[in-house]
Write a protein that binds this ligand. Sequence first.
Ligand code: ATR
Length: 278
Amino acid sequence: MLMSGLIGDPVAHSLSPSMHNAAFQALGIDARYELWHTVTADLLLRIASLRAEGILGANVTVPHKGTVIPLLDDVSETARRIGSVNTVIARDGRLLGDNTDAYGFGRALGDVTGGTMPRSALVVGAGGASRAVLTSLQEAGVADIWLVNRTPERAEALAAELTEPGCPAIVAEPWSRLEEVASSARLVVNATSIGWHGDDLPFGAGIIDALPRDAVVMDLTYRLTAMLRLASGRGLRTVDGLPMLIHQGGRAFELWTGQNAPIEAMTQAVREAYAARA
Ligand code: ATR
């Protein structure tokens, strides 16, 4: 039996076991995905254990996505840019770190737009999730990328860090310019932690009204948030965070197994597990 699992603290809430075990089953692969709860003091031992026979790799979540990097043999360019690893691949005795969140975001967006990337995007929030979104937008060649954050210094620092020669610039804008920026944004992404609980909007309802009619509104939370309800009520296309979760998982599955991920089976399993949890 082959194994993979989720390394983090906490991990109990994760939808990944349902998703990956459904994928293994759909393809008839004799493998199991487990929750590998790991406190910081045990991270070194946990990573070493991935070198054992029969381990496909692992997913990594908070608080280890950055600190795991020096423990690996190599790290992909994307993971290095984002500064975090969410997937470890065990291959030929070596441990490779990758980040499939940016890929997952791009695929989730492509599912809504029919594959075309919007030419402009407004990202709200400058934490860990935002880094993967911004990197994905840059890799897709989105021409105008604006970043707004409650604490403007964090947006400015992140924009400066990710803006490099040869890739689209990220422009940090003050909160006071949100509505003006929104009026030319073909995509708005809520990458703040607002929306995981309760009915708060990440910004005033006027921002949704200001968006062009063909804009896509994306929330990285798994819920039908107040922002998504408002946007779909205005006739805008919307997407929650579950497709991104599924596609980042699909990419990890492909890296572990070398087989195409059974996205439909994974989607069904995630939606069922999420509904059961809620
Ligand atoms: P994650 O890894 O999920 O991105 P994070 O790194 O804690 O989480 O980042 C949370 C983001 O949500 C930050 O951009 C944060 O803004 P600050 O940098 O100003 O803290 C944003 N956020 C959290 N609560 C918020 C609130 N009440 N209003 C606006 N933004 C908020």
